[in-house]
Design a protein around this ligand. Structure first.
Ligand SMILES: [Zn+2]
Length: 270
């Protein structure tokens, strides 16, 4: 049977957890998968014992022969991060960002996600005045899980899994015991690609005002989805925003300058 280059999901999860979700050489959470025992050229396999998660840079160095098998085994057992607390920065800074929060759209709002009087996601300006994303993700008891300040983020406690591709444009976190999930993704879209996306999810009706508010293409789209439990439980999906057991449910809203507000009683405004 032909073995594809990308390891199965379960193998990737084992490799991420083994290094505490950071490159064992430098701690970068943006990981790739290196086959070293035996090397991929010798035999195509996905045995996690003969593989290691590395950042793109250190993967290239490993491919060139920078580390012996013994040194890589040592990196696997004693990675750079001794606890699963990776940190990194997204290099996505723009004068204008289109936010896709669940299926709702906002152009460079100050408050992206305001829930029961707490800011969970908002816009900060970097030193040159460009838009960057900040975020406060917490457990049900209020303990911080992830803090992001102007695209610079750190994980503050152990989680079930954290997925960051080498393209460094997304972050996915899951905390299984609290059913918390966060998916954050940046992408750059042409006018046609964005139009197709919005018309497919919502309608031509919402596309027109969004198009009229965008100052230039390609535009940076930042997508936020997930299941959140603090300060109240709510869910953002590509189809709708819902607050379980409460009255709130909205989809396909657009506002230039405004974000999504979810009230304690489950009501929503945008
Ligand atoms: Zn590295």
């Amino acid at each position: 049977m032909k073995v594809g280059r990308t390891p199965p999901m379960e193998v990737r999860r084992i490799l991420r957890q083994e290094v505490n979700f950071g490159c064992p050489v430098c701690g970068s959470p943006f990981l790739t998968w290196h086959h070293f025992d035996p090397p991929w050229e010798e035999r195509h396999h996905h045995n996690p014992k003969g593989m290691v998660a590395l950042c793109f840079q250190h993967h290239k160095e490993a491919d060139a022969g920078a580390y012996t098998k013994e040194q890589i085994q040592s990196l696997k057992s004693k990675p750079y991060l001794s606890k699963p607390h990776p940190r990194a920065k997204f290099n996505w800074l723009r004068e204008q960002v289109l936010l896709e929060v669940g299926s709702n759209y906002y152009i460079s709002p100050k408050h992206i996600l305001h829930v029961a009087k707490h800011d969970l996601t908002w816009i900060d300006r970097d030193g040159s005045g460009l838009n960057a994303i900040s975020m406060d993700l917490r457990a049900a008891n209020g303990d911080p899980i992830l803090r992001m300040k102007a695209n610079d983020w750190v994980l503050l406690r152990s989680v079930g899994d954290i997925i960051c591709p080498a393209s460094a444009n997304s972050l996915a976190i899951s905390v299984a015991d609290e059913s918390i999930r966060l998916q954050l993704r940046f992408q750059s879209l042409t006018e046609e690609k964005l139009r197709q996306r919005i018309v497919k999810r919502c309608s031509e009706f919402i596309w027109e005002p969004i198009r009229a508010s965008i100052t230039g293409f390609p535009v940076a789209l930042c997508t936020v989805n997930g299941h959140f439990v603090w300060p109240i439980t709510f869910r953002l999906t590509p189809a709708r925003t819902t607050v379980p057991h409460k009255k709130g449910r909205i989809s396909c809203c657009f506002k230039a300058g405004g974000g999504l507000t979810i009230h304690k009683d489950g009501g929503m405004s945008f």
